[in-house]
Design a protein around this ligand. Structure first.
Ligand code: ADP
Length: 475
């Protein structure tokens, strides 16, 4: 019987009642839960199992009943406490292993199980109700906040149209900016609460992709150049003119990433890039990259980045402000659009945030038409870039042909030479040619090319070497 005790020892703290008895019905072990529910102490050991289950086992009789029950999945028994009161249980009786001379009974108090089930349901309903109340409260409060803020904003803008002295004008502009900031915070809280409550719905419609990118650029260019930073925006010619997606939410993610890039960069440049990375029927994947040469993020802090209300450290939030909601909202939005968001960063060397989304192409700009358009564009760019080379043939543009791979390798060697000589500008030029030559390559090759491009933009020698090696080896 010692063997049984050792093997069932982990059951001591189980919620289930566990009783072990031998082939004569003598109890040898009872776990804490069973002792508690049956209101016995250790003195229960040595008693006969019929004292606990008198309706099932007869005192002095053999264990035929236990043998029979051990073949059943579950059985309903009545358990008696030491004070002779009783309660129904749902039990399993197993033969003890390995000598098979004793039995283990595992039982659950049915009333308690039902009670717990009801409690769980009650708590679940309460939590659901609380979440509903919370999101209604957030919706009401943000609405109530927005009304006075917009009232102030409207009046300030009206005042700003009147002739004012410089000092008053400056103060009013400050009030205007504070109201704009307040509106952004209110919107973030509203979005966050809707996303949390699962009540957020996308509103896809047809829009002009390049116009959207121009709008995003116009939103940020002044602030970025005022800080003395350079700004680059590239949109791949392979992205159709019109797409069907939630423009407002794509702009929201881009605005968040570019604002952060601007906020956390004081020297260097910010670049934004959009490329088409995959197509399945009329669905295309667009990949956006926002890179900066700013303060960067410690490896240890990266995991926290996309959590709600998370900022890297308190001194950063004091210096730069913000709610810590932007990246969490961006992540949830990108995921709603079938994509994901990622970050690569190094302390003091800048950050690259990238995200993908899936959108639809419009009927008139379906896959075939699009690939024809991009081929034309590809041809012109590649021809220009190769004007010094005589061998510009049709094949160069088709990824995987002998001509295409030969040119890819040639340009890769030129690129790495420029990198060795730290001529980053020229390296970027060769990179552009490589991008064109991989324009029709499978997504994994495009991603390798993108990684190389990102590393070149960051002028990071080690990352360029790694990305170069990866692409070169693949080819
Ligand atoms: P916030 O509104 O506070 O900027 P975000 O969720 O957009 O909220 O960003 C969270 C934190 O991530 C920022 O406070 C900052 O610490 C870090 N972070 C985001 N983008 C960058 C970046 N481009 N460079 C450095 N740190 C960044």
């Amino acid at each position: 019987m010692k063997q049984i005790e050792e093997s069932i020892f982990p059951m001591e703290d189980a919620l289930e009642m566990v009783l072990v008895f031998d082939q004569n019905g003598n109890i040898s072990y009872v776990n804490a839960s069973a002792r508690h529910k049956l209101e016995y102490g250790q003195e229960i050991c040595g008693r006969h199992i019929s004292e606990v289950f008198p309706n099932t086992f007869l005192a002095g009789a053999g264990m035929e009943e236990a043998e029979k029950l051990s073949e059943e999945e579950l059985c309903s028994l009545v358990a008696y406490r030491k004070n002779h009161t009783c309660f129904p249980v749902e039990a399993r009786i197993l033969k003890d292993q390995p000598d098979r001379t004793g039995y283990i009974c595992m039982a659950n108090d049915i009333l308690e199980k039902e009670f717990l089930g009801r409690e769980v349901e009650r708590i679940r309903q309460e939590a659901e109700e609380a979440a509903k109340v919370k999101s209604e409260f957030v919706a009401n409060v943000t609405h109530e906040l927005r009304t006075p803020v917009n009232g102030v904003l409207g009046n300030v803008r009206e005042l700003l149209e009147r002739p004012l002295d410089d000092a008053t004008q400056k103060s009013l502009h400050l009030v205007e900016r504070c109201c704009d900031d307040m509106n952004k915070i209110i919107n973030s809280i509203l979005d966050f609460s809707k996303l949390e409550a699962g009540k957020f719905t996308l509103e896809p419609r047809k829009f002009h992709f390049r116009n959207m990118m121009d709008y995003v650029k116009a939103n940020h260019i002044n602030k970025i150049t005022e800080k003395g930073l350079n700004f680059f925006m590239t949109v791949s010619p392979q992205i159709p003119e019109h797409i069907i997606g939630d423009e407002l939410r794509i702009v929201q993610i881009l605005n968040n990433l570019i604002s952060n890039a601007q906020k956390f960069t004081s020297i260097g440049k910010i670049s934004v890039e959009a490329v088409k990375t995959a197509q399945v029927n009329n669905q295309i994947e667009i990949f956006f990259i926002v890179s900066d040469t700013g303060i960067g993020i410690d490896q240890a802090d990266m995991d926290k980045l996309f959590q709600s209300f998370s900022q890297v450290d308190a001194s950063i939030s004091r210096k730069y402000g913000g709610t810590g909601l932007g990246l969490n909202i961006s992540k949830q939005l990108a995921e709603l659009m079938g994509g994901q968001i990622e970050v690569e960063s190094e302390k003091n060397r800048g950050s690259t945030f990238s995200f993908s989304i899936w959108v639809e192409t419009t009927e008139e700009e379906g896959g075939l038409q699009q690939s024809y358009d991009s081929k034309e564009l590809l041809l012109s760019t590649v021809s220009e870039a190769f004007s010094e080379d005589e061998d510009t043939t049709e094949d160069i543009r088709t990824y995987g042909t002998e001509e295409n791979l030969k040119n890819l390798k040639k340009n890769l060697s030129k690129l790495i030479l420029c990198v060795e000589m730290e001529n980053w500008e020229k390296a970027e030029m060769f990179m552009e040619i490589i991008r064109q030559l991989t324009g029709e390559a499978p997504p994994e090759v495009k991603r390798m090319a993108l990684r190389l491009k990102m590393a070149i933009q960051k002028e990071d020698y080690e990352k360029v070497s790694a990305a170069f090696g990866e692409l070169n080896n693949f080819l």
